[in-house]
Design a protein around this ligand. Structure first.
Ligand code: ACM
Ligand code: ZN
Length: 673
């Protein structure tokens, strides 16, 4: 392992004099004790390696290479490397003792010395290391970041820059989402159409490409957008990452999210027609040959023990009527198309296992009969983690609600268009991966991961803006478990790190300019309907139920996240129709509610909004009616809908109906004044 170049570079970059001490490390080590004084990195030192591990040259970079010859006897300082003895929980564990005249580094293996070097690099301020003792080891073996290079293609230099940054926070897995409808990104020598056709498309922006029919074009076509990595480039990337303590986990999607493959090789779909299906035909033996051949080349390039096979969101629409799929279902004695997915994933798991590898897939792969050693990456509900664990599989936790970094990280009007909901740094940090799991269940939690899907991320600058600092929260919880949460302290450290990243040219989001949630979220409303009972003439959806029947009159207004528990979602019938009972007739001058529009998840403003009043709850008189077409917006918006005037009433009815796009209506509070 040649770390010298890397460490020299990172030391130069970090010596931009952004003050740090052991308390400001990120991730925070398990145990830190500060003492007085500092070690002078500019003075010559004598190096003593008693560890039995060959890395003094690499670590020497941290010490500025001012290595004195041990024979010369001129150095008054010493740097000592020793084997970490006793019960060691991880090969990444290390201990550091920094004194005024010496530094002693303990680790059980090369990778532990690398983690120590990463800490020393953060600790260093100008030419000094503060005196301290640090004992450290990771909470989780898998601390991952996923980069989507299919939806938009990013050059190798971008990936290397992210590897440098991610490694400095001790993340150790880079999951590359290499294939999806938007483009195939890895050279596969046996199937050239994957890269001379399925890697290129008509439009550069994913959204425009979708609006224009999702078509692929031959490489070299004027205006074609896309790209792919050659196997040689990927081997180079694997080596580059390994030198920094990161394993690259490649993902090849199957059986779904495969429109691009099926456009290039339509015979692998059920109907053999391009642009018709997203799913491979699991009844066709040729599909297994194709996937095995692809995975064989993938394994030749990527030494990772884990190979990701996707497995998510198969529509299975063509399988029920396809003769080959039906024949396989008969052979399997099943009427359920999901059993075909299980069959395919199990087959691929056994194939990978026969090559000494392990399959990892999104949580749709959960089934009793996965190949031994298969690992489930949970992106939906925590219950799915429990289900996978109960069947004996390891899990990597990456739930969308906390770990999907494609959501808005600040007030949406201040941010570029994003795919997901509002997910500020604080919310990512609040994730407690082991909460609610028994100690036995916790043993099968392999780790955590943050995912950067790139549908709405066309540029490197934008990707870095989305990734940092939120991925630091994943690094923190992945390394130290973040069992005791202290967001104020974490935010301070994250701010310091974003300064460092920006000094290195990484275009991290500037936390100092964070606007945060909408102000109404923090200001309870005091109004005449507070605590009033609400009759739902149409029900709210159980997934978006807010705080149940009390939601609309509890005084709490929703924030930018429609899943924050303060919003209620309506999808049935004419959508929103409620009657608020004020308890007795009284004067009213204003009634309104907030309604959210966020078009990605099909939440729209209403096309018609009506307010009526009544004294008896039976006979209502319309006092306000408005109708206007729904207009799509690229950013989420929250607007007040209501009436003002002079009335006396006990019952107030509010109705909101959808427009041409249908979808959901989301309401947080009915305010009456
Ligand atoms: C996923 O977000 N479909 C894994
Ligand atoms: Zn089929």
């Amino acid at each position: 392992m040649n770390w010298k170049k890397y460490l020299t570079l990172s030391v130069i970059l970090s010596s931009v004099c952004l003050g740090a001490d052991a308390q400001s490390l990120l991730p925070q080590p398990r145990y830190v004790e500060m003492s007085k004084g500092s070690y002078d990195l500019s003075a010559p030192y004598q190096q003593i390696n008693e560890s039995g591990v060959q890395l003094p040259i690499a670590l020497a970079a941290v010490f500025d290479g001012r290595l004195a010859s041990s024979a010369s006897g001129t150095a008054s300082q010493r740097v000592v490397f020793r084997k970490l003895q006793g019960e060691v929980s991880s090969s990444e564990a290390y201990r550091l003792q920094v004194y005024k005249d010496s530094v002693v580094v303990y680790a059980p293996a090369e990778i532990g010395f690398l983690r120590a070097a990463q800490t020393l690099t953060q600790l260093r301020v100008a030419h000094k290391l503060p005196c301290c003792t640090i004992e450290d080891a990771p909470a989780f073996a898998w601390r991952g970041a996923m980069l989507d290079v299919s939806r938009h293609f990013f050059p190798l230099s971008y990936l290397k820059r992210q590897i440098d940054a991610l490694a400095s926070y001790k993340l150790n897995r880079l999951h590359l989402h290499l294939t999806d409808a938007a483009g195939w990104r890895m050279e596969i020598k046996r199937y050239p159409r994957l890269t001379n056709f399925a890697a290129w498309r008509t439009d550069s922006l994913w959204k425009s490409w979708c609006q224009n029919g999702c078509r692929y074009v031959t490489q070299g076509t004027p205006g074609a957008y896309g790209g792919y990595y050659t196997q040689q480039e990927l081997r180079e990337l694997v080596r580059y990452a390994a030198e920094r303590g990161i394993t690259i986990v490649p993902e090849i999607e199957m059986p779904a999210h495969s429109e691009e493959v099926l456009a290039a090789y339509p015979e692998l779909s059920c109907t053999h027609e391009p642009y018709k299906q997203a799913d491979f035909c699991p009844g066709n033996i040729a599909v297994y040959d194709f996937l095995e051949n692809v995975l064989t080349e993938v394994m030749e390039v990527f030494p990772s023990e884990y190979i990701h096979v996707g497995g998510d969101e198969a529509a299975r629409a063509s399988w029920a009527t396809c003769p080959l799929c039906r024949r396989l279902m008969d052979e399997l004695g099943t009427e359920k198309t999901e059993d075909l997915q299980t069959y395919l994933i199990r087959h691929m798991g056994k194939f990978l296992q026969s090559h000494g590898r392990r399959l990892v897939g999104w949580d749709e792969i959960i089934a009793d009969s996965l190949a031994p050693g298969s690992t489930v990456m949970v992106w939906r509900d925590k219950e799915l983690a429990r289900e996978a664990i109960s069947r004996g599989y390891e899990v990597v936790l990456s739930p969308g609600k906390f770990c999907y970094l494609d959501g808005y990280q600040d007030a949406p009007p201040s941010q570029p268009e994003a795919m997901g909901a509002y997910l500020p740094l604080e919310r990512v940090y609040s994730y407690a991966p082991l909460q609610g799991l028994t100690p036995e269940e916790c043993r099968l939690v392999k780790g955590v991961q943050g995912n950067l899907w790139a549908e709405y991320i066309p540029s490197e600058q934008h990707a870095e803006h989305m990734l940092y600092p939120r991925i630091l929260a994943i690094a923190e919880m992945g390394w130290n478990g973040a069992v005791q949460k202290n967001y104020a302290d974490f935010r301070q450290r994250a701010m310091h790190e974003t300064d460092r990243l920006r000094a290195k040219g990484i275009r991290a989001f500037d936390l100092r300019r964070e606007i945060g949630n909408r102000s109404d979220y923090f200001r309870p409303a005091r109004h005449k309907a507070l605590g009033a009972s609400v009759k739902y003439l149409l029900p709210y959806n159980n997934h978006y139920c807010g705080a149940g029947d009390a939601t609309l009159t509890d005084g709490l207004r929703g924030g930018w996240d429609f899943g924050d528990g303060r919003w209620q979602g309506f999808i049935r019938g004419k959508r929103f129709d409620v009657v608020v009972d004020l308890g007795c007739a009284q004067k009213i001058s204003r009634v309104h509610c907030n309604i959210m529009q966020t078009c990605g998840p099909e939440i729209f403003f209403p096309a018609r909004f009506v307010v009526s009043v009544s004294d008896d709850g039976e006979n209502f008189r319309v006092v306000h009616e408005e109708a206007s077409p729904v207009v799509r917006t690229s950013s989420p918006e929250i607007k007040k809908w209501g009436w003002s005037g002079r009335e006396r009433a006990r019952y107030i009815r509010l109705q909101a109906e959808p427009g041409e796009f249908g979808g959901w209506i989301f309401v947080d509070e009915v305010e009456v004044y």
